[in-house]
Design a protein around this ligand. Structure first.
Ligand code: HEC
Ligand SMILES: [Cu+2]
Length: 318
């Protein structure tokens, strides 16, 4: 997750700003040290008249207080302006668009469908095409979070009620770490996003697979029923039978969409790696693994049922 391990255009220009700032800071620091030593070594000057005092003071205020900062800021601006421009979603480009919504403490990722198509929705995992600009349209569902993929560039605040766009490009396919960049509550640390850049063809195939996939697969009936009763009020599974949903007050949007949960690399926004049995383990221990997270404990559901739900959810692959 190092900003200095550059993997995209925006990050590259930020990289140079970072070095430019470091260089300017080093020059200023050396100058200050040099003056400091100079005051030690200098012989005691003859007493000054008030007029001379004033002239010397004015020189410091104008030179050190105004001219020097203006010059340094101008130099930095020369580096910063093109870099900022590179991340602007300038309208004439038909860049790929991906929507990302920050939640306490997980990421909702949406791939809007063309008209007639449904959106593909996933969570805590972001798949993007490599080698071309992608516009991330970002917002938040609760408090301020920040979208940040250090190796690609950013960051940018995700503000509730407001949509912002940031344009990032990944030079080539790869996996990148990302982390919420704005303190957003107790589990801010456990708000990781797994980012994968794929070749255009692989990306299209990835998306197509998810757009085409329908049903909730073959789970054991008990698992589906229990999910409809205890979970579907907060979680969506694409194609889940309506008649099994007991209480739809939340319309299944308070928690992550689980339609492709079995194919995701992690659980709980990076808390657990996905492997056999991991979902059941998460369902039983999530309040210990990620204390205070917004999913209530499932103490009222017996272990066997949780294990059946977990086993079924693991089969949910596009
Ligand atoms: C009151 C709403 C609510 C209910 C009810 C609920 N969940 Fe959750 N669930 C959440 C939230 C919020 C999260 C995200 C927690 C986090 O990572 O911070 C979550 C996370 C999860 C995850 C991890 C998803 C991921 O992307 O890593 C799974 C799996 C899950 N829930 C399954 C279930 C199952 C199965 C049930 C029913 C037994 C259930 N949930 C009931 C709100 C709920
Ligand atoms: Cu956050």
């Amino acid at each position: 997750m190092s900003t200095l391990d550059v993997a995209g255009e925006a990050a590259r220009s930020q990289f140079w700003i970072w070095w430019a700032m470091l260089a300017v800071a080093v020059v200023v620091a050396l100058g200050v040290f040099a003056l400091w030593f100079y005051t030690f070594r200098r012989r005691q000057p003859p007493p000054r008249t008030p007029h001379e005092e004033r002239r010397i003071m004015l020189r410091w205020v104008l030179g050190g207080g105004i001219a020097l900062p203006v010059a340094s800021i101008l130099v930095l601006l020369v580096f910063a302006a093109p870099s900022g421009r590179g991340m602007l979603p300038l309208p004439d480009d038909d860049a790929e668009r991906i929507e990302v919504v920050g939640h306490q403490w997980w990421w909702e990722v949406r791939y809007p469908g063309e008209e007639g198509e449904r959106d593909v929705v996933t969570a805590n995992r972001l798949v993007m095409p490599a080698g071309e600009p992608v516009d991330f349209r970002i917002t938040s569902a609760d408090v301020i979070h920040a979208f940040w993929i250090p190796r690609l560039g950013g960051k940018r605040d995700m503000v509730p009620g407001r949509h912002s766009t940031i344009r990032l490009t990944a030079d080539s396919p790869g996996v990148f770490g990302a982390q919420c960049g704005e303190y957003c509550g107790a589990q801010h640390t456990h708000m990781l996003l797994h980012v994968e850049a794929l070749e255009r063809d692989d990306y299209d195939a990835w998306l197509e697979e998810r757009r085409a996939s329908t049903g909730p697969g073959d789970g054991d009936d008990g698992a589906l029923e229990a999910f409809g009763e205890h979970c579907a009020s907060c979680h969506t599974v694409g194609g889940f039978p309506e008649e099994l949903v007991v209480d739809d007050l939340e319309h299944g949007v308070r928690g992550p969409d689980l339609s492709d949960i079995g194919s995701r690399p992690t659980l709980g926004a990076g808390v657990l790696p996905m492997e056999e049995g991991a979902i059941a383990y998460w369902l039983e221990h999530h309040q210990t693994l990620k204390p205070g997270n917004r999913m209530p404990p499932h103490d009222h559901i017996d272990t066997e049922t949780l294990q059946a739900i977990g086993a079924w959810l693991e089969t949910l692959q596009p």
